[in-house]
Design a protein around this ligand. Structure first.
Ligand SMILES: Nc1ncnc2c1ncn2[C@@H]1O[C@H](COP(=O)(O)OP(=O)(O)OP(=O)(O)O)[C@@H](O)[C@H]1O
Ligand SMILES: [Mg+2]
Length: 269
């Protein structure tokens, strides 16, 4: 049972949400599953939580049982200045949702076409501005990103206080971590204070030798990198996680690892 109005990150009774992008340059590593389950986990602990979907695949809608083709306005309309965040807000399973669909793929061409006009003076900060409309309403705002370094992803990273990088403990996916860290470091060099919270091993099959060995290697590699940790919690590969997304009924009781995960990440109970 959700206990609402528990507060964190609060100054003078005003919330200032932590804004966490779940990002990886590798596709299919569990970004959307992580955002979805973290959100319902945080809600179950009583935290006011929102998700912003910055992936044109629109999978957050699917994960929460909402038809993305039914959406009249989406985050795309907010980013181009044709809607406010409150106009697109949906609510499901205790989470406020700012959804996307295919229309988001028009953002990059639209912004690039107008690059020299006054329409988008700060094309990388469109999401930061949009989140500014809602930030005081939440404890946590989670952003789902796509596996590319396009304008929506750059906007997501620049709007975030923190980043979580999911990874499958397998060769090519591990390579995705370095690409993602490289992208984030580039953004930090532009003056952004985003913090890499850590690396979350996902879809782990610890009975297989490959995952077991790769997970150990990963922990060893990052033990030598003091500013980036590999979380103790790991998410196992399980059919229930895959089904949860297509069923559109996220339930933290069916994904208890994610409850342990949010407690570990945010040191909350
Ligand atoms: N722990 C898990 N165990 C088994 N299947 C999972 C798990 N987590 C996610 N899945 C399934 O694996 C697929 C990829 O997961 P998900 O969509 O979360 O990845 P993603 O990183 O968001 O992908 P994309 O890069 O395309 O956005 C989905 O079909 C999802 O339902
Ligand atoms: Mg996804």
């Amino acid at each position: 049972m959700a206990r609402h109005s528990k507060t964190t990150n609060t100054t003078n009774n005003t919330k200032t949400a932590r804004i966490i992008s779940v990002a990886s340059q590798k596709g299919g590593v569990g970004k959307t599953a992580t955002v979805t389950n973290m959100a319902v986990g945080l809600v179950s602990l009583g935290y006011k939580t929102a998700i912003v979907d910055m992936d044109a695949q629109g999978h957050i809608a699917l994960s929460f049982g909402i038809k993305k083709t039914d959406l009249k306005k989406t985050i795309f309309d907010v980013l181009i200045g044709e809607a406010k965040m409150r106009d697109i807000k949906q609510h499901a399973f205790g989470v406020d949702l700012y959804l996307s669909n295919n229309s988001l793929s028009e953002l990059s061409p639209k912004v690039m076409a107008q690059i020299n006009s006054k329409l988008f003076p700060a094309p990388k900060y469109l999401l930061r501005k949009a989140i500014g409309e809602i930030r005081t309403q939440y404890d946590y705002i989670l952003i789902d990103t796509s596996p590319s370094n396009d304008i929506p992803t750059i906007n997501s990273l620049l709007a975030s206080t923190d980043i979580i990088i999911p990874v499958l403990p397998e060769g090519l996916s591990i390579d995705g971590i370095y690409e993602t860290i490289f992208l984030i470091k580039g953004i930090q060099e532009q003056g952004s204070k985003i913090n890499i919270l850590g690396i979350l091993p996902t879809m782990v099959q610890d009975h297989t030798n490959l995952h077991h060995v790769k997970l150990q290697e990963l922990r060893k590699q990052f033990a030598e990198t003091p500013d980036i940790k590999v979380f103790d919690t790991v998410i196992k590969r399980a059919i229930r996680h895959g089904l949860a997304q297509t069923d559109g009924e996220p339930d933290i009781k069916k994904a208890p690892e994610y409850l342990s995960f949010v407690k570990e990440v945010f040191a909350i109970a």
